[in-house]
Design a binder for this molecule. Structure first.
Ligand code: NAD
Length: 487
């Protein structure tokens, strides 16, 4: 098995196995090849991971933020040096083409280590509050043991986006990757140790939806950050609320991308393709409802069809491949069922709609698919598909499109393509979303906050905003005179 790790879990600075855990296979989605065989965490493994994190966190919190930052920056450096090896692993873990993983996955993880390593020296400062004679000051204190739970689409990035701010604030992290993509996070844990991170501060344990609750409900866990679907988010938030734990919820979306008549059409099509087909459509912030103003509909669809049909689908390990499979057979079947529903409910299939002929039947492939004449009430316009399926909806004017774009339970992201800057900012103002792009789509550099509103979640990852979600304030009041009492 070509991606077999030394053991299933990484705890207290070393690989650990417990064969009493339920065995599961890691499967390469392009061919069905079993690339690793692992075991889900037993209660003993979970206890060991949390106890080691709890032990290690105390000394780590006492170190200067600059010293903590230095270790993270070293980890970023190692990740960049091993970008090829990490990207190849990410491709096997997810089925995403090497053309993508080499520029987007370990690199964005390294960006997070570099950014939080860099801001550590100043971002954790408190405030001095003058009160006349007396005064107060605030300190940023860590939360303790944080749990990170990941989705399958960006396993290495998610492991770093959660780990970097948690660690820099002086916390320890126990990370559980998705059962579909168990491999990348183990490498991140290994690299952090090599960079000098004291053992126990970043532990990785494997498991599925039955393992997650054991972490969330553990009394020694102080914070949970989940990247996953809305139904999982509800369960995790509910369990965490029972213990009044801190939570960050990075959940799903059905984001609107709005293209006005005056837009640069080729640029808008690039945005729509990036926001629907990158990572085979498995991106939470995708602009899956593409609202196109009636005046450019025909031109937009003609060029979109031609460009979509030119996408190179195939072997993810081939540098030329632009689109790989989706994560597994269940997801492939779910996407194909949505496509059938789109046809049955009256949407016009512009291109795609089935399994491509050119690839191995063992792989979990779906053609990049475009539907036009989609209406707001259709299932494909309301539910998150999480696959390469773009819905194009027509609109006439600005007021109408704002109302329709906001008529969704989700609020993760949104975007607009227009030459009219004032209008672009009006849209940014009115569309209910955690992130909004003007004349581009899906760019998420670590410097900018990322997260959702409405059912897409709460809390923010990346940027200085993440510091607030991995630390809390302590206020110290300093009396400069005697304490006076009326009795
Ligand atoms: P999922 O909700 O099925 O699983 C996510 C993770 O939660 C997995 O590790 C899973 O094992 C775990 N889990 C499941 N049930 C749990 C429970 N009751 N308690 C604790 N943990 C539990 O999501 P997925 O299918 O892996 O990923 C796709 C979803 O993730 C999509 O909805 C997508 O939009 C969302 N997503 C969001 C973001 C974001 O940043 N907002 C990023 C990527 C993906």
């Amino acid at each position: 098995m070509r991606a077999q790790p030394k053991a299933s879990h990484f705890i207290d600075g070393e690989y650990v196995e417990d064969t009493a855990g339920t065995p599961f296979d890691s499967v390469y989605p392009a061919t069905g090849e079993v690339i690793a065989r692992l075991h889900a965490a037993t209660p003993a493994i979970i206890e060991r991971a949390i106890a080691s994190a709890k032990r290690a966190q105390v000394e780590w919190a006492a170190m200067s933020p600059t010293a903590r930052g230095r270790i993270l920056k070293r980890a970023a450096q190692i990740m960049r040096e091993r970008n090829r090896e990490l990207s190849e692993l990410e491709t096997l873990d997810t089925g995403k083409p090497i053309q993508e993983t080499i520029v987007a996955d370990p690199t964005s993880g390294a960006d997070a280590f570099e950014y939080f390593g860099g801001v550590a020296a100043s971002a954790l400062n408190g405030e001095h509050i003058p009160l006349g004679g007396d005064w107060a000051y605030t300190k940023r204190i860590p939360l303790g043991v944080c749990v990170g739970i990941g989705a399958w689409n960006y396993p290495q990035q998610i492991a770093c986006w959660k780990g970097a701010p948690a660690l820099i604030c002086g916390n320890a992290m126990v990370f559980k990757p998705s059962e579909n993509t168990p491999l990348g996070a183990l490498k991140i844990a290994e690299i952090l140790i090599e960079a000098g991170l004291p053992k126990g501060l970043y532990n990785v344990i494997q498991g599925d939806r039955s393992t997650g609750p054991q972490l969330v409900n553990h009394p020694d866990v102080n914070k949970v950050s989940l990247t996953g679907s809305v139904p999982t988010g509800r369960k995790v938030a509910e369990a965490a609320a029972g213990h009044l734990k801190h939570v960050t919820m990075e959940l799903g979306g059905k984001s609107p991308m709005i293209v006005f008549d005056d837009a640069d059409v080729e640029s808008a099509i690039s945005g729509a393709m990036l926001g629907n087909f990158y990572s085979t459509g498995q991106v939470c912030s995708n602009g899956t409802r593409v609202f196109v103003q009636k005046g450019i509909k025909d031109k937009f669809l003609t060029r979109l069809k031609a460009r979509t049909e030119a996408i190179l689908i195939g072997d993810p390990e081939d540098e030329a491949t632009q689109m790989g499979p989706v994560i597994n057979r269940a997801q492939q079947e779910k996407i194909l069922a949505y496509i059938e529903k789109g046809k049955a409910e009256g949407a016009t299939l512009v291109t795609g709609g089935s399994i491509p002929n050119s690839v191995s039947a063992e792989g979990c492939y779906v053609q990049p698919t475009v539907f036009a004449d989609v209406t707001d009430d259709m299932t494909i316009a309301r539910e998150e598909i999480f696959g390469p399926v773009m819905c194009v909806l027509d609109f006439a004017n600005e007021a109408e499109v704002v109302e329709r774009a906001n008529a969704s339970e989700f609020g993760l992201a949104g975007g607009v393509f227009t030459a009219d800057l004032a209008r672009a900012h009006r849209m940014a103002d009115q569309i209910e979303a955690g992130t909004f792009w003007i004349n581009t789509y899906n760019l998420c550099p670590v410097e900018i906050p990322f997260g959702g509103v409405k059912q897409s979640g709460f809390g923010r990852e990346n940027s200085l905003a993440a510091i607030e979600h991995y630390s809390e304030l302590k206020t110290v009041y300093v009396a400069m005179g005697k304490c006076e009492a009326p009795y």
